[in-house]
Structures are given as structure tokens and as C-alpha cells.
Design a protein around this ligand. Structure first.
Ligand code: SF4
Length: 304
């Protein structure tokens, strides 16, 4: 996918606390290095998050000014917002800190975007920033990405040289490459992500499982069990799993399914119910996707 790039004001301090991820025991700090991901997953919850919501109008105006069309993140998967001064601002932030900053803490790279977005990897920004964090702080770095490049020889060598500082995960919620092509626009396919995870594990680099997002149809027919098997549950440090967060993007995500499938039917029923004015919390209760999800997943992990 060729990105349509818009440059927006860089945040002053790129490293920030991550209370949401702290609750999930994923990280206590986060580092995003861009404003809108270079990938375009149609279910991405970041598009509805505070940062993009608050900046919706100025970013839309900037998009119109720079590329001649008023595109919005949720509408156009190829759109990406980059921070031209992210390295300079990180440098300034780190100048105010001691090298001991982050000892005993985990920093996730990244939380609202993918720090391995292809343009940033190609420009060397990703590598430069990771080197700065390694050299100038004491954080353990939790890489979270959908880019299988983390399993390439260059990146394996980089992570292997700092095994005590990295734990790497590739988020995956399906084994279907076809589905991912339609919905996880621009990302590495699930099969490639799994190959990358395997290479990381074979190289002795700490890894974790991130099964996310899980859609209700993955709960059926043994799909979740196969997914868990594919990440080698005995080799990862931990496994996290999250169901799909219901956002305004239901209908768009549904287009990734063939009409005859259980996934398409589930979305149709849910969207129809929502359009009928039924509160989403009641829909969740009715569909009952969370209880079986948690129960089945606990069983899987405890049996693994
Ligand atoms: S890779 Fe992650 S942050 Fe990027 S669009 Fe997909 S879900 Fe959103």
C-alpha cells in the first residue's frame, strides 16, 4: 500500500505513561513515533481514540492543505500522519532524564500506532529511536507490531544483541490471510507474522502472544485453539487476548467477510440491532461473546 502522507505537529514528549496498558500489565509507558499508523486496519480503535478525535478538525484541514482532499483516518486506510520532529523532541525529552529512567518498567513500542510502519522503518526512524531508548534509558521495550520485518535477519540481529531489553510480539487475531488482506490493509499477512514470531523464538529473543482482535467467528470451529497453537504457547512469556471493540466501524469491518459466513451474519445482526436503537451494552449481553471468550481462553491457556 502506498501511503498518503500528511505531516502534523509533533508531540512535545513522545514517551508517555500508559495507564490503560498498565491495567492490562502490558506496559507502564508508551512510545508512539507518529500520529496515524502507516497501516490501515479497518477495525483500528485508535481512529476513535482521544488524540485523533480531539485533533480531527485541524488534521482534516492539514490533510486538505497538503494533499488536496479532506480525508479522514476512518475513511481512508492509506492515510498516515507523521511527526517530522519526533527524533528532535525525543532527544529533548531524554536530555531531561537520567539514564536510569525506566529501570524496572516496560515501555510499549507502540500503543496507538505501529512503530514498524514501513515508511518509518525505511527512513531509519524506527531503528534510530529504538537505539536512543536503549542507550539513554533503562526501559524494557515491548515491541508490538503487525510488520513481519521484525523476523528479518537485520532485526533479529538487533534484538538478539539486546535480548535483556526486548520482548517482541506480533498481534494476530485470525489465521486467514484472505480476511487480513481485506481488513488489515497494508500489514504483513498473518502467515508471515507467524513465521516472524517463530524466527524470533528460534533466535532466543523473548516473545509474547497478542491475540487481538478476536472476532466472534474465531470462537467457533476450533479456530481459537489453532491460533493459540500457532504462537507456540510454551515459548511465549505471556499471552494477551482481546475481543474486537465495538466502534462505529462495524459495517466497514463486515465487508471483509463473505456474505454466507458466521462473521458476516454476526455483524449484520449486530449492526441491525444498533441501527434499531438498542444500546451496545445490551447487545453485548445478548450476544454473550465475552463470557465464552474469557472461559474458552482460560481453558486453552491452562491446558497449554
Ligand atoms: S497496525 Fe495497529 S495501530 Fe496500525 S492500523 Fe492496524 S490496528 Fe491500528
Amino acid at each position: 500500500m502506498k501511503n498518503q502522507v500528511v505531516y502534523v505537529n509533533s508531540v512535545k514528549d513522545p514517551v508517555k505513561p500508559s495507564p490503560g496498558f498498565a491495567k492490562k500489565r502490558l506496559s507502564t509507558y508508551k512510545l508512539d513515533i507518529m500520529a496515524l499508523c502507516g497501516f490501515g486496519c479497518r477495525y483500528c480503535s485508535s481512529n476513535a481514540g482521544n488524540y485523533l478525535r480531539i485533533n480531527r478538525r485541524p488534521f482534516a484541514e492539514e490533510t486538505e492543505r497538503q494533499i488536496g482532499q479532506r480525508l479522514l483516518p476512518a475513511q481512508e486506510p492509506s492515510l498516515t500522519f507523521e511527526w517530522p520532529d519526533v527524533i528532535v523532541n525525543l532527544e529533548r525529552q531524554l536530555e531531561r532524564r537520567r539514564q536510569a529512567w525506566g529501570r524496572g518498567e516496560t515501555l510499549v513500542f507502540s500503543m496507538l500506532t505501529d512503530g514498524f510502519s514501513p515508511r518509518l522503518v525505511k527512513a531509519g526512524t524506527t531503528r534510530k529511536i529504538l537505539e536512543m531508548i536503549l542507550e539513554r534509558t533503562s526501559f524494557r521495550i515491548r515491541v508490538l507490531t503487525k510488520n513481519a520485518i521484525v523476523g528479518s535477519p537485520q532485526w533479529l540481529e538487533f534484538f538478539a544483541a539486546h535480548q535483556d531489553r526486548f520482548v517482541v510480539g506480533l498481534s494476530i487475531g485470525t489465521l486467514s490471510d484472505d480476511w487480513a488482506r481485506r481488513i488489515e490493509v497494508g500489514t504483513s499477512l498473518p502467515s508471515a507474522r507467524l513465521r516472524a514470531l517463530r524466527k524470533l523464538q528460534e533466535s532466543g529473543i523473548p516473545t509474547y502472544g497478542m491475540l487481538c482482535p478476536i472476532f466472534p467467528d474465531v470462537m467457533e470451529g476450533g479456530s481459537l485453539e489453532r491460533l493459540v497453537d500457532c504462537i507456540s504457547p510454551h515459548e511465549v512469556e505471556h499471552i494477551w487476548a482481546e475481543p474486537y471493540n465495538d466502534r462505529v466501524n462495524w459495517a466497514t469491518v463486515r465487508e471483509g467477510y463473505d456474505e454466507e459466513t458466521a462473521g458476516y451474519r454476526w455483524f449484520t445482526e449486530t449492526v441491525d440491532m444498533r441501527l434499531s436503537g438498542i444500546d451496545p451494552s445490551i447487545i453485548r449481553e445478548l450476544s454473550g461473546i465475552y463470557k465464552p471468550f474469557v472461559k474458552a481462553f482460560k481453558e486453552l491457556v491452562s491446558n497449554a
